[in-house]
Design a protein around this ligand. Structure first.
Ligand SMILES: NC(=O)c1ccc[n+]([C@@H]2O[C@H](COP(=O)([O-])OP(=O)(O)OC[C@H]3O[C@@H](n4cnc5c(N)ncnc54)[C@H](OP(=O)(O)O)[C@@H]3O)[C@@H](O)[C@H]2O)c1
Length: 330
């Protein structure tokens, strides 16, 4: 393992899922600000669930760093209605890319997991060591299990083959390039689109799923990209001091949470919706609270810089400026 940062000007970085929300933020940071040569493909060019396609891709490129930011991702509705897709696609993507990287001599790999890996009733804020200490939230259990498998693949390839796989566990993300399709979107793009449409259509009321009382943490995707960079630039010694062979992942969050009702009020204000907000408590809420302990990633010198209010304003401006590139809106 090397103690120099992974990303240098001219480093060749492959971002799997490089056109997604996280992949695009990493692309902007690594290629435009760090001077790395970033390679990415669309799903139509390479299906990452196909091991032969992944193999052919990796053998034709000379890659220094692999970033696994491809996944089937979505909110409660998508997780509830497409559980087989969530577990199968994400297991295949993780296995193909981690094993493919090993076989093609790429020993530096960053794997993106998710805060849903932690038990539903984990003590708050959730520390990295809470992994596998209790039952998962049932609504997204298949997705969470695939993400835990990805972490365990990373740890196992590190132990058996001496790879340097590092795992980032982001909290709920939002920002430029999010998915605004109401059948698949997360809570912030879903609220933003519904309040925006309500303003356009002069609707007096918007109904929000759930009680509004559960607490969630949100991070702007550009802050996450900088957190991932801190993780990739940290020395092996620094990573080893913070992690163990069996617990190699680091949380990345904002460190603050809000109720869904507080979030909805903030999104309504951002969008200019002045009508009533009703809550449909017959719809599932998910875990009562999800807040990450971010002291480990903070100790590497990273901190989030955008408040939720500022991040929402920037995201809405981007939505208005690029309605055609906001996925799910067309
Ligand atoms: N968004 C969040 O709130 C959040 C929170 C925590 C962790 N994460 C993690 O961060 C990572 C990136 O998430 P994201 O929000 O950026 O999701 P995203 O915007 O949906 O991006 C995922 C990307 O992966 C691609 N992809 C999916 N299956 C593929 C396949 N079989 N072959 C090739 N490409 C494929 C998608 O392509 P298509 O668009 O063509 O399907 C998309 O470009 C994921 O691992 C996710 O679990 C996200």
């Amino acid at each position: 393992m090397t103690d120099a940062g992974w990303i240098q000007p001219g480093s060749r970085v492959y971002i799997a899922g490089g056109y997604g929300m996280v992949g695009s933020a990493l692309y902007r940071l690594l290629s435009e600000q760090c001077g790395a040569t970033v390679i990415r493909h669309r799903r139509q060019e390479i299906d990452l669930t196909d091991p032969r396609a992944v193999d052919a891709c990796l053998s034709s490129q000379s890659i220094d760093v692999m970033i696994v930011a491809a996944a089937t991702v979505g909110g409660i509705l998508a997780n509830n209605t497409r559980p087989a897709e969530f577990i199968q696609n994400n297991l295949m993507i993780a296995a193909n890319l981690i094993d493919g990287s090993y076989r093609h001599g790429i020993d530096k790999l960053l794997y993106l997991g998710s805060s849903c890996i932690y038990p539903k009733h984990a003590e708050q804020p959730m520390v990295e060591e809470a992994l596998l200490t209790g039952h998962l939230e049932p609504t997204n259990e298949p997705y969470a299990v695939s993400k835990i498998a990805g972490i365990k693949l990373c740890e196992s390839y590190n132990r058996q083959f001496g790879m340097d796989c590092r795992c980032a566990m982001p909290t709920n993300l939002y920002g430029q390039g999010d998915n605004y399709d109401l059948k698949g979107s997360h809570v912030i793009p879903a609220l933003m689109r519904r309040f925006h449409d309500a303003v356009q259509q002069r609707l007096p009321e918007v109904v929000v799923w759930g009680s509004g009382q559960v607490r969630r943490e949100f991070l702007l995707v550009d802050d996450l990209a900088n957190g991932c960079l801190a993780l990739m630039q940290a020395s092996s010694n620094a990573i080893n001091a913070l992690t163990s062979e069996q617990c190699r992942h680091l949380n990345i969050g904002s460190g603050v949470d809000v109720t869904i009702a507080e979030l909805a009020a903030l999104v309504a204000e951002t969008v200019g919706f002045k009508g009533q907000i009703q809550y449909d408590s017959s719809k599932p809420d998910g875990a009562p609270r999800k807040l990450l302990d971010i002291s480990k990633i903070r100790s590497l010198g990273w901190s989030p810089v955008h408040s939720l209010r500022d991040g929402l304003a920037a995201t809405y401006q981007d939505y208005l400026a690029h309605p055609d590139s906001a996925r799910g809106v067309a």
